[in-house]
Write a new protein. Structure first.
Length: 274
């Protein structure tokens, strides 16, 4: 048995762990991903990570990158924050994302908009169709009420505190946590205004593909949905993959689908024409 109390023993133990893999961890380099997205060359990969239940992940990605999320076992909840990588004061605006598109539900063909009228992501493909742009993220109080505890160091971490850990890597803090989008776990608004949860579990392997329309910082927390009424802390691993791709062309059908969406693209393009 290695004596890790001894510096040399600790060094030997650490080096002996090289090559060890667990279910939830980044793949480095991303080009070493064991099963690449269809049609994607290994050298194009920039991010490959499996986010543990209760875990978080964050990455800066370039304009044109494709971002693929997969609900591996059918019970992931990918709560997402997004920032302009060059100027993080610009960030995802959930209210504008919905009202500018005259639609309350996100899915294929929809856009994710910033608080400065620019498109941040386009949704290229959606195999889940159970997403939520209404309810926000869980916090310490909501998790404590449901599970008895909800801090970052216990078995029931909440999404807002996970966001804080991720944002710190980019010099951002709690004041930068804005209303999020929850991918894979949704709600429906009924005629009387009540919310009907759509929290699964669902069939494993459902995916979602986004296209970055500007240089972005993207942050995920994989914690149970804030309205998930199950008494157990129910969440399963989330796979995140990203690869380089071309910038959206002028004749792209998502760019030109609506006058509101076109304006959001033009606002981005004006920034990159400097």
């Amino acid at each position: 048995m290695t004596d890790t109390a001894n510096p040399y023993g600790a060094q030997a133990h650490a080096r002996a762990m090289a090559g060890t893999r667990v279910e939830s961890m980044p793949t480095l380099p991303a080009s070493a991903a064991p099963d690449l997205p269809p049609g994607v060359a290994a050298e194009a990969m920039i991010w490959e990570e499996t986010v543990a239940p209760g875990g978080y992940a964050a990455k800066q990605i370039d304009r044109g990158a494709r971002l693929r999320l997969v609900d591996l076992a059918g019970d992931a909840c990918a709560s997402m924050l997004v920032f302009n990588a060059e100027r993080p004061i610009e960030r995802l605006n959930v209210a504008d994302t919905l009202k500018v598109q005259w639609n309350a539900y996100l899915g294929a063909g929809k856009l994710v908009l910033s608080d400065m009228g620019k498109v941040m992501f386009s949704v290229l493909a959606d195999e889940a169709e159970t997403h939520d742009a209404f309810c926000g993220a869980s916090n310490l109080a909501t998790n404590a009420a449901r599970y008895g505890a909800g801090d970052n160091w216990g078995p029931h971490p909440n999404a807002r505190d996970r966001f804080s850990l991720a944002l710190a890597k980019f010099g951002l803090g709690r004041r930068d946590i804005h209303p999020c989008i929850n991918w894979f776990k949704g709600v429906r608004v009924e005629d009387d205004g009540s919310l009907t949860p759509r929290h699964g579990p669902f069939a494993p392997g459902r995916g979602l593909t986004l296209r970055a329309e500007m240089d972005l910082i993207v942050v995920f927390a994989n914690c149970p949905h804030v309205l998930d009424a199950r008494p157990d802390y129910s969440v399963t691993p989330l796979r995140v993959s990203a690869w380089r791709g071309p910038v959206t062309p002028a004749d792209d059908p998502l760019r030109t689908a609506t006058p509101e969406g076109l304006r959001a693209f033009l606002n981005v393009e004006a920034e990159y024409s400097r």
